[in-house]
Design a protein around this ligand. Sequence first.
Ligand SMILES: Nc1ncnc2c1ncn2[C@@H]1O[C@H](COP(=O)(O)OP(=O)(O)OP(=O)(O)O)[C@@H](O)[C@H]1O
Ligand SMILES: [Mg+2]
Length: 288
Amino acid sequence: MIKDTKENNVKKDVVDNTTKKNSEYWLEHFLANYNKSEKRDFEKINTPLKNGPKTLIKVSSLVQIFGKGPKGKKALDGVSVEIRENENLAIVGPNGSGKTTLVECIAGLNKPSEGKIEYLFDWKKSPMENIGIQFQKSSYPNGLSVKKVINFYVSVFDCKLTKKELESLIKIFGIDEFISKNAQGLSGGQMQRINALLAVMHKPKVVFMDEIAAGLDINIKFRIKKFMKEFAKENGMTIVTVSHEIDEVEYLADRIVVLINGKVAASIYTEEAIKKYGSVENFFDKYI
Ligand SMILES: Nc1ncnc2c1ncn2[C@@H]1O[C@H](COP(=O)(O)OP(=O)(O)OP(=O)(O)O)[C@@H](O)[C@H]1O
Ligand SMILES: [Mg+2]
């Protein structure tokens, strides 16, 4: 009789594995490890903010519920966050964690169910004129060329760029390659480039970029990110970037806020995250 010892179990496992199809075995183990990592606990981090930078937008205990009754979805569940002058912020988190909802609430596109958003600007203009958003989703008026869409925005918004600056930006964003095309027939990446331009043309105080890198090829991605960082510095603009990309967060953000299930799971300075976890990648690994 074979005793059911640990050693025998290991041997049995090996025998079973050899009889299984390779791909089945791999998938089973992948799933086992995946489930293990799904259950991981994360440490709640709320690093106190450094003294100095002025708070531009203060979000307190924001709740956003979509739909009514038991089927209602709590997309934001008591989110508090501060957006501060010249302190670029990254909002990160898994799909569906509430990042876009938060940005849309701040930008006034969604009315939150509960909570408070304070725009602490002492400017003459309305808060919306001081905010620029590069949307995750986009659509343009039917039948207009890219050039006409840009001209339309120039006339509607208070475009602070000179004609020469606008022309340079069109080149920097690579829009000159498709300027005469119908705006409705553009690829996702081409739309992203236009959206990035529209978000900064009025030189807002805070610019939100929701997944700017999605769909952009490597060259243009790097060019736009570099431009955004330098343009923001030059014009006293604060960048709030929603991103899944580690290198983008590391490059752009001074501070990182992690949203999980509509709650702030971590708020930490990027350099602290690197010190504590060794790299932004390791930090992402812990939370996302
Ligand atoms: N208009 C809406 N009506 C109903 N539910 C919505 C609406 N907008 C968002 N949600 C839900 O709220 C949750 C948060 O969505 P949100 O788009 O904010 O996530 P996200 O973090 O931006 O995700 P992703 O990384 O995929 O862009 C999701 O479960 C989503 O399905
Ligand atoms: Mg989103």
